[in-house]
Structure formats: C-alpha cells, structure tokens
Design a protein around this ligand. Structure first.
Ligand SMILES: [Zn+2]
Length: 92
C-alpha cells in the first residue's frame, strides 16, 4: 500500500465516524488552505448561510475519486459542521 492509499483509508475512516482532522494531517485541507477557502467564502456556510460557527472546508469532488484535487482551493467550499456532516452522510 503506498502512502496515498494509506492517507485515503484514514480519511474514509475519519469521515465514517464524523471526526474532523484528528490524526489525518495531509488528507483534509491543511490549515493555510482552509483559511484561503474560508476567506473566499467570508466564513459563511455555502449551504445554509450560517456564520460564526464551526466551519469545515469541504471537498466538492471527493479526495477518494480526485486525489489530485485534495489541496485545490476551487474544489473547496465552506460548510458549517452540520451541513458538512449531512454531505458525508448522504454519500454513504
Ligand atoms: Zn450550513
């Protein structure tokens, strides 16, 4: 198993259990890129419009299918914690 496969496996486990970036550095947007995505979206959830809450940077195209887009800012969108959870629940 190469490093990328290991990282993706960790990401899948993390999203199954609804964890955020705990122990999965390199899979989710890194801190700097998350900030770029949040700034662009003005720290507002792009689904429900909530501000000043727990925000996640969501990958529009999954890193599972598009590992090359993991750190691609245009592929990221700001979602509140609840909307992010819903996106991932829907996919399962
Ligand atoms: Zn939301």
């Amino acid at each position: 198993m190469n490093n990328l496969a290991i990282k993706i496996t960790k990401a899948m486990v993390a999203s199954d259990y609804g964890l955020s970036a705990i122990g999965t550095r390199g899979v989710y947007f890194d801190e700097a890129l998350r900030t770029v995505v949040f700034e662009r979206d003005k720290y507002t959830c792009q689904k429900c419009g909530l501000k000043h809450c727990v925000l996640n940077a969501h990958h529009k195209k999954t890193y599972k299918k598009h590992p090359e887009l993991r750190f691609d800012v245009p592929n990221g969108e700001t979602l509140c914690f609840d909307c992010h959870q819903q996106k991932h629940r829907r996919r399962i």
